[in-house]
Design a protein around this ligand. Structure first.
Ligand SMILES: *[C@@H]1O[C@H](CO)[C@@H](O)[C@H](O)[C@H]1NC(C)=O
Ligand SMILES: *[C@@H]1O[C@H](CO)[C@@H](O)[C@H](O)[C@H]1NC(C)=O
Ligand SMILES: *[C@@H]1O[C@H](CO)[C@@H](O)[C@H](O)[C@H]1NC(C)=O
Ligand SMILES: *[C@@H]1O[C@H](CO)[C@@H](O)[C@H](O)[C@H]1NC(C)=O
Ligand SMILES: *[C@@H]1O[C@H](CO)[C@@H](O)[C@H](O)[C@H]1NC(C)=O
Ligand SMILES: *[C@@H]1O[C@H](CO)[C@@H](O)[C@H](O)[C@H]1NC(C)=O
Ligand SMILES: *[C@@H]1O[C@H](CO)[C@@H](O)[C@H](O)[C@H]1NC(C)=O
Ligand SMILES: *[C@@H]1O[C@H](CO)[C@@H](O)[C@H](O)[C@H]1NC(C)=O
Length: 721
């Protein structure tokens, strides 16, 4: 069992999720130095403050040298304050103590983490969906990724007018890289040029905001119209990743620029292990984006199904899990005795029904030996590594399909065994592998096994991920420089390809955020986030796995159309986020730098009282009974003179008692705010499982739903996968 797990994870990281190994930023003449990011909070408001000269003088001071050549790598000065520099250990220590410095952290490496998916969510093609085209055309989606393929049909500017007036960005994608009225901007922080040679960035950009392109498919598989959530919107590409990774210093530069360039939504399919906010680049950048009214959407990570793996942990970010849609890609294996087995993979090779000798290779070494498997169909245990064999069938059925550079089908253990019996039952066993087909899958949405799970280990009372969106077997635009299987030996080149990951779920949610913004351009990031969360489809806990439930999917599955009209929203301003940070014991001095204004942490507010659209509490050591409260305030964005009643639905097996006071909210006018307190108590609850409930405010039209999750410290020790 352990082996299988290890092997399957090897595949997950290497082949599929574009595993990025550590990039060393160290050059020969800086052997004793490492690159660090020095974060200094908001830009000071003094008119005579010049960030770069301040950064240089700080560096001169800590190094004691007047020439700091090669030391200053980046200077953040457009949207917040800080720099990236090469420092020795003692210089780092000195800097961390300096006034004005919030945090100093190593330049880390981050990982990059369709067609029917928008239909699945109720956004239909062309004129069949309500759109606010004029505003949509003025909406700019910033994509932080591996660059973009500007010539893709998904980014053609046919029918587009000039960029919106508010756009202040540039097109500096390098040689032979041109923008147009659809792809209005590009910046490169990798010195490779903004052109995408990985495929990932082209895929995510087209998923969020690509044009409607009819008749796309992966060699005929999954054919249909490829499109993003807001096809009329503009795209700005910020290249922060290469095949080998994406680093903190570059990601922070992209935030510095994108905020000042005037993007409306930022999509970051980039993740890491959970980290405290002042050392988490995406959290830092997204905080300043939020302060300027820009929503940041981030992939939750691909480290599931294990608990505590969600890497996107800040309340000012919309964190996205990945789930399937009702289109399932399957690959059938037909045995010589006529028996057909259905496995997973994206197999574009057509063996035309030809049967090949079937050999059972129990050992990985044999399957890897080309001369042993050539011309046969080998039944193997993963990992497999040779493209010469005609086909592999392996005993590791996943819940999603991988593009393979040769005919492959991964089968369940039962099917694997039935192949074994067939081989034993006949002298010359034979089989063939069919080209993949798309089938209708009723069991959707279900969270992917790979999707990272909570609890959030940085803010234990903040439920993450927030929502789930399609992230399995997504067909979208691709870079013809990359191989669709990410294997060098795979010489096929495509304009559209199928990938899975929370990386693919993120731009779906970013597309939804942009879609909501086109109808409510004045809404703040927290209003958009609240609208998306409280209108999400409830998920089936049993179908995912009861032990994770909300820790896998947060509030549920995004529902773009419902998100346009949430009725009530939970608003959170910058000062509320600051109060939340006070509650996490950040000091007033640090918070003053981050916020760029005086901060006093008066009587610590519990992080549980952050006005978040979900409610979560971690309880200390098991006690037979407990009571926790959550204070919340909703704003009426529906109609005047509405009356909302509260309703509580308990999760499966939940023994919680939930009281809502007041239990009815009467809203006389639009924009009116009303507060209430949710008191959750319990006795005799299972300490090894999370206990959940849903609070629903309803007025006959809207169902404003928030998950409530309570768990004990013992929770994670009990999780078995
Ligand atoms: C769709 O694409 C396929 C192959 O890419 C092509 O053979 C077919 O003619 C196209 N159909 C239409 C309607 O464009
Ligand atoms: C996809 O291709 C199949 C087979 O050629 C065809 O029957 C189907 O109509 C196509 N679907 C779309 C959405 O183009
Ligand atoms: C592959 O198998 C052949 C035949 O058994 C053997 O001669 C050869 O050494 C093996 N190659 C490797 C790389 O193990
Ligand atoms: C097939 O036969 C081999 C050798 O007798 C045996 O070890 C194996 O368990 C059999 N497999 C199945 C699935 O019956
Ligand atoms: C990809 O698109 C280009 C034009 O953008 C076209 O010339 C090429 O044939 C397409 N490739 C495939 C495999 O469809
Ligand atoms: C939830 O999923 C389980 C397991 O897949 C299934 O048996 C059950 O019918 C589903 N419940 C609903 C309400 O769909
Ligand atoms: C903050 O500090 C107080 C007092 O030391 C402590 O009780 C509390 O647990 C701390 N909170 C967090 C989130 O660390
Ligand atoms: C929560 O709400 C209750 C009841 O309105 C109030 O007494 C209490 O002060 C509030 N707590 C906070 C931290 O706002």
């Amino acid at each position: 069992m352990t082996k299988l797990r290890e092997a399957s994870f090897g595949l997950l990281s290497c082949v599929f999720f574009l595993f990025f190994s550590l990039v060393s930023g160290v050059t020969d003449n800086h052997q004793d130095k490492q690159m660090y990011v020095v974060y200094m909070g908001s830009l000071p408001s003094q008119p005579d403050y010049t960030p770069t000269s301040n950064h240089i003088s700080i560096l001169q001071e800590v190094t004691g040298e007047s020439s700091i050549e090669g030391r200053l790598v980046r200077s953040y000065k457009r949207s917040f304050n800080g720099f990236a520099a090469r420092l020795t250990e003692s210089e780092r220590e000195k800097l961390a103590e300096m006034e004005g410095v919030v945090s100093v952290f190593p330049n880390q490496n981050y990982k990059l983490q369709t067609t029917t998916s928008w239909d699945f969510m109720g956004i239909k093609e062309g004129k069949n969906t309500k759109r606010n085209l004029a505003t949509e055309s003025d909406t700019i989606v910033g994509i932080f990724d591996s660059g973009i393929w500007p010539e893709s049909e998904s980014f053609s500017d046919k029918g587009f007018g000039p960029p919106p007036k508010k756009w202040k960005g540039v097109c500096s994608g390098g040689k032979k890289f041109t923008c147009n009225n659809k792809l209005i901007g590009a910046r490169d922080y990798t010195s490779e040029g903004a052109r995408d040679s990985v495929g990932h960035g082209t895929h995510t950009a087209s998923t969020a905001a690509g044009n409607e392109v009819p008749n796309t498919s992966f060699f005929g598989i999954g054919n249909g119209t490829a499109r993003g959530g807001v096809p009329a919107s503009r795209i700005a590409a910020y290249k922060v990743c290469t095949r080998t990774g994406c680093n903190s210093a570059s990601i922070l530069s992209a935030f510095d620029d994108a905020i000042a360039d005037g993007v409306d939504v930022i999509s970051t399919s980039i993740g890491s292990t959970p980290s405290i906010y002042e050392m988490d680049t995406v959290a830092i950048g997204a905080f300043h984006a939020m302060a300027k009214g820009i929503i940041t959407v981030q992939a939750g990570g691909n480290s599931g199904p294990y608990p505590k793996t969600v890497g996107s942990v800040a309340p000012w970010i919309l964190t996205v899990a990945a789930s399937n849609t009702n289109r399932d890609i399957v690959t059938k294996v037909v045995l010589g005795n006529g028996k057909t087995l259905s496995g997973k993979s994206v197999n574009a090779f057509d063996l035309k029904g030809k049967q090949f000798p079937l050999v059972y290779e129990e050992y990985v070494t044999k399957c890897n030996n080309e001369s042993l498997v050539k011309g046969k169909i080998a039944v193997c245990s993963p990992p497999v590594g040779s493209e010469l064999a005609v086909a592999f069938v392996f005993n590791n059925k996943k819940d999603y399909a991988l593009v393979s550079p040769w005919p492959v089908s991964s089968l369940s253990l039962d099917d694997f065994d039935s192949i074994g019996s067939y081989i034993n039952s006949t002298k010359s066993p034979k089989a063939t592998v069919l080209k993949s087909e798309a089938i209708f899958n009723q069991a959707a949405p279900r969270v992917a096994e790979f999707s990272s799970r909570g609890p959030n280990i940085v803010a234990e009372d903040l439920l993450k991920p927030d929502i789930t969106a399609p992230g399995m077997e997504i067909l979208a635009a691709y870079s013809p420089l990359a191989s669709p299987s990410s294997e060098n030996k795979d010489k096929r080149r495509v304009n559209y390809s199928v990938i899975s990951g929370t990386s693919m779920a993120c731009p779906h949610a970013a597309g939804v955020a942009a879609y909501v913004k086109t109808f409510h351009p004045e809404w703040s990031p927290s209003m958009i986030q609240s609208a998306i969360m409280t209108t999400a489809w409830p998920m089936n806990a049993t179908a995912t796995e009861a032990v994770s439930a909300e820790f896998a999917y947060g509030a549920g599955h995004v529902d773009p159309i419902a998100a346009l009209n949430p009725g009530l929203v939970y608003e959170i301003g910058k000062s509320d986020h600051i109060a939340f940070l006070c509650g996490l014991n950040y000091t007033g001095t640090t918070l003053k730098l981050i916020a760029g204004e005086a901060v006093t942490c008066t009587g610590k507010t519990s992080p549980r009282n952050l006005n978040y659209p979900s409610m979560s509490a971690k309880l200390p050591k098991y006690d037979s009974s407990f009571t926790v409260t959550f204070n919340r305030t909703v704003t009426n964005v529906g109609i005047s003179n509405s009356k909302y009643k509260s309703k509580v639905v308990l999760g499966q097996g939940s023994k919680l008692k939930v009281m809502v006071s007041p239990s009815v909210l009467s809203m006389k006018s639009v924009n009116e705010k009303q507060s209430f307190v949710v008191t959750v108590s319990g006795s005799d609850v299972n300490p090894k499982l999370p206990s959940s409930a849903q609070l629903i405010w309803y007025d006959g039209t809207h169902n404003v739903r928030s998950p409530i999750v309570v768990y004990y410290t013992d929770y994670t020790t009990s999780v078995v996968t």
